[in-house]
Design a protein around this ligand. Structure first.
Ligand SMILES: [Zn+2]
Ligand SMILES: [Zn+2]
Length: 193
């Protein structure tokens, strides 16, 4: 499995957007880059999600890198001995995503040690529950409270926005503006991760 790291998307600073977890954003982009640059290999193992992600990537690959399409990836996988679906703990692509997650969590933890970055994250930054929990393993003890504060502010903001949204729904206003998606990301991470 090869992917060009340079095309794997933004670093943590570039991925900072108000209302979205930067680690989730990076991993989602990274995952699609992995799928789109997959090379045929006999020991490729994929979970259900990544099998279908490969199938969906076909059009893009055949436009960008003719001759290295997912057709060849699947042809290689169809050679005996067949493996079929594996769980995510054995999936080649899930493994790569987990490696990238550790790299990016370390990067975020490093940046949190800078006062200006820490202040920005504290007042405006977003972290999902899962990445809040995970990044605490990479920061010095004194910064764990900061991470908790970021996550707690996100939780309270979402709660307030959802309550406002609920009121608006009662009055026939249905414009959530991605609010439900942000709530889902906060609770369970970005879709497909
Ligand atoms: Zn996240
Ligand atoms: Zn997978």
């Amino acid at each position: 499995m090869k992917a060009e790291a340079s095309t794997a998307g933004a670093n943590v600073s570039q991925a900072l957007t108000k209302g979205a977890c930067p680690i989730c954003g990076i991993l989602k982009d990274f995952q699609w880059t992995l799928v789109e640059t997959a090379r045929p290999q006999s020991d490729l193992r994929v979970c259900n999600f990544h099998g279908w992600a490969l199938a969906r990537s076909r059009a893009k690959i055949s436009r960008s890198t003719p001759g290295e399409s997912v057709t060849n990836v699947f042809l290689e996988m169809l050679k005996p001995p067949l493996v079929g679906k594996v769980n995510s703990d054995e999936c080649t692509l899930c493994h790569r995503v987990l490696e990238e997650e550790v790299t990016r969590l370390r990067e975020l933890a490093q940046k949190l040690q800078g006062a200006m970055f820490a202040q920005w994250m504290k007042s405006q930054g977003t972290l999902c529950l899962e990445h809040g929990r995970k990044v605490k393993k990479f920061v010095p003890l004194r910064l764990r409270t900061l991470v908790d504060e970021i996550v707690e502010r996100n939780r309270v903001e979402l709660e307030q926005e959802l309550e406002t949204f609920l009121e608006q729904l009662k009055h026939g206003i249905h414009e959530g503006g991605g609010l439900l998606g942000r709530a889902a990301e906060f609770l369970v991470g970005q879709r497909g991760l």
